[in-house]
Design a protein around this ligand. Structure first.
Ligand code: FMN
Length: 358
């Protein structure tokens, strides 16, 4: 139901640690496959992010950006921040977003899936190498002027593999029970905080539930979130699923991550709400929040503090501005048919049928 934007929580500012956000709408990290072969931002990619910042969201979080060249995500042309030579081009990208009045974060990722490995396949020294990759990536992001760094601990990636009771079969201090599975996150957050200073805003994206047999449940995720906050996370983004199953990325777990049209609206908001009850920092949710009314209801019901939009911002970069100006009927709505995702998983540059039809 349409409401007066002036009365909506969605357009109230929020301070996350030291970061002042003008509203509660966030661009969720979404891989675009449009970086250069090495992972540098291309002109088209910079323009894509600038447009979405111009569209009125308070915070843009760049797509999963790799911290280690050898374990880049399996999709081609994903962004990188794995060497110092990325600092300057990433600074240009960050500034373009900030110049449009939005804050900008970058999501840091590493991918064991890319090389077909599991946590137990790595020596302790190699695990310390992964920790160092994340810390250096975070330092480069700060040097490039980003307002926030988000550590990708969800879906099918390395840190989720370590956190997961299903995939972490290590028998040393980086596995064996919840404390061991959290150890890599503990080291990264501790060292990153040391390097970045206490003012910098650090976030983690986790799965509220992995939706795989033998995987982490909401009860596990509540413990994980609480511990990450103790370790210095300023904001937790709660996603879900996205784990590899027997049928690769075509299983139920993936459909919880990127909910298709037959899933209920705000599919994963209840997970965010349960984590919000125990975490004590601002919580972000994403997943089939297709119009401003649904977004506002999630905030009103106390399930989240921030609403992240993935596909709805592919479909209409100006979603937030149109919502805030009360022109809801002008928003080009996502159909949640996931054609965008099929292309991305095939390694093709992002596309959106709704955006192209405009
Ligand atoms: C094309 C595409 C690429 C995505 N890439 C990422 C990513 O790089 N990192 C991430 O954490 N989530 C990624 N996601 C998940 C989104 O951030 C988001 O959580 C999900 O799409 C559900 O939100 P939505 O219904 O608003 O799209 C991606 C989703 C899509 C559709």
């Amino acid at each position: 139901m349409k409401r007066d934007p002036a009365d909506m929580l969605l357009f109230r500012p929020l301070t996350v640690h030291n970061l002042k956000l003008k509203n509660r709408l966030v661009m969720a990290p979404c891989g675009t496959n449009t970086a250069s072969d090495e992972g540098f931002p291309t002109e088209a990619q910079v323009e894509y992010y600038r447009q979405r910042a111009e569209g009125g969201v308070g915070l843009v979080i760049l797509e999963a950006t790799t911290v280690n060249h050898h374990r880049r995500r399996r999709e081609s042309n994903c962004l990188g921040i794995y060497e110092d030579r990325f600092i300057r081009p990433m600074r240009t990208l960050a500034k373009k977003v900030q110049d449009e009045g939005a804050r900008v974060g970058v999501q840091l990722v590493d991918s064991l899936v890319r090389i077909g490995k599991k946590p137990a396949d790595f020596s302790k020294e190699e695990v310390h190498g992964i920790i160092e990759d994340f810390v250096q990536g975070a330092v480069r992001a700060q040097q490039a002027g980003f307002d926030l760094v988000e550590l990708h601990m969800a879906h099918l990636y390395t840190l989720a593999d370590f956190l997961s009771r299903q995939t972490n079969r290590r028998t040393d201090e980086f596995g064996q029970g919840m404390a061991g599975r959290l150890r890599i996150a503990e080291e990264i957050l501790g060292r990153a905080r040391q390097q970045l200073g206490s003012d910098f805003t650090l976030g983690c994206r986790i799965n509220g539930d992995e939706f795989v047999l033998g995987g982490n449940t909401l009860a596990d995720s509540q413990v994980i979130a609480q511990r990450l906050v103790e370790l210095g996370a300023d904001v937790i983004s709660v996603s879900a699923g996205g784990r590899m199953e027997a049928d690769g990325s075509r299983g139920y777990s993936f459909s919880r991550c990127i909910p298709p049209s037959q899933m209920p609206d705000a599919t994963n908001a209840y997970l965010a709400g349960e984590i919000r009850r125990v975490a004590g920092v601002p919580i972000m949710t994403a997943g089939k929040i297709g119009d401003p009314g649904v977004a506002e209801a999630v905030l009103q019901e106390g399930k989240a503090d921030l609403i992240a939009l993935g596909r709805p911002l592919l479909a209409d970069p100006a979603f937030a501005r149109k919502a805030q100006e009360g022109h809801w009927e002008e928003i080009r709505l996502c159909r949640f048919d996931n054609q965008c995702m099929a292309g991305i998983l095939d390694g093709k540059p992002w596309t959106c049928v709704v955006y192209q039809d405009q």
